[in-house]
Design a protein around this ligand. Sequence first.
Ligand SMILES: Cc1cc2nc3c(=O)[nH]c(=O)nc-3n(C[C@H](O)[C@H](O)[C@H](O)COP(=O)(O)OP(=O)(O)OC[C@H]3O[C@@H](n4cnc5c(N)ncnc54)[C@H](O)[C@@H]3O)c2cc1C
Ligand code: FES
Length: 291
Amino acid sequence: MSTATIHAERARVLVHESLPADQYLLRLHAPECAAQVAPGNFIHLSCDQSPYRLKRPFSVMRSAPAEGWIEILYKVVGSGTRALATAKPDDYLHCLGPIGNSFTCSGTTRRPLLLGGGVGIPPIVFFAEQLKKTTTVTPMVIMGSEIPFPFKVQPSTKLVEGIPGDVIAAMTLLEDLAIPSRLTSKQNYAGCYDGYIHELAELWLQTLDSAARAEVEIFACGPTAMLRAVANLSQSYGIPCQLSLEEYMACAVGGCAGCTVLVEQNGQRAMRRVCVDGPIFSADSVYPQHR
Ligand SMILES: Cc1cc2nc3c(=O)[nH]c(=O)nc-3n(C[C@H](O)[C@H](O)[C@H](O)COP(=O)(O)OP(=O)(O)OC[C@H]3O[C@@H](n4cnc5c(N)ncnc54)[C@H](O)[C@@H]3O)c2cc1C
Ligand code: FES
């Protein structure tokens, strides 16, 4: 997991699209960030044009280095994101980024399993796209949401062993890239698995023999309850797992220690800052089996 160099930019709003259930897609012209950002990195973004307003952290979902833009996908939850939702094309927002470490496959991983829940979907999309474009491995992607998915969904044309035959809903962007994906929800959305992300992931894992399972590594981002369930799953199958954590952030550059979490490695406990030491940590270090 490498760590990015942080740039401060006045980012121009290029596109700001309203999606169902108070979700928004925001494309920003931020060339320095776009040139360096990696999957899992986030930006710290002012929610209006004032440089004095507290910023909010958002994962980057896509970038186009040649065109100098990055995209984030966010949900309105409080005052900051409500203000951000009023930004218009050609407005300027203050952007710090890219920040934090990134998802990285270990050398033995041939079957990355990518899991994204709710506002944890963006870095998973970024990582899936990067793996497909820059490596020879094709990930399996499972994403879940309890509100309408903030992207185009279609029936998949790809059969995936271990996935029930009626679970066919897939993300169009990933289908176009020939990346297998499936969607989960408890809201009875057509073609989705009626349950949680880790449950569908387990059905998929169960169909693999031990040699194939040894090639799996799990990468996940989403709500805390989901990350805990994914950590349990990885530990019960002995599969390495990287989790992207969310914490309240004030500075986001390592100065205030407002975002620390307890981690444990080789029996040693330590406090780590989610913004600059993370946001990605191994599941075993944040959820050791005995704790
Ligand atoms: C590394 C990182 C990446 C993130 N990526 C995304 C993303 O891609 N898309 C997205 O929609 N959201 C993302 N978030 C969460 C986003 O930062 C919060 O939703 C946002 O800060 C809320 O601000 P607000 O002023 O609208 O809400 P507030 O009024 O501050 O809070 C409303 C609610 O949001 C939650 N919240 C506030 N701040 C945070 C925070 N820093 N982390 C977690 N929960 C928080 C609290 O539960 C609170 O009840 C990310 C958070 C982190 C730490
Ligand atoms: S938010 Fe200040 S150290 Fe992480």
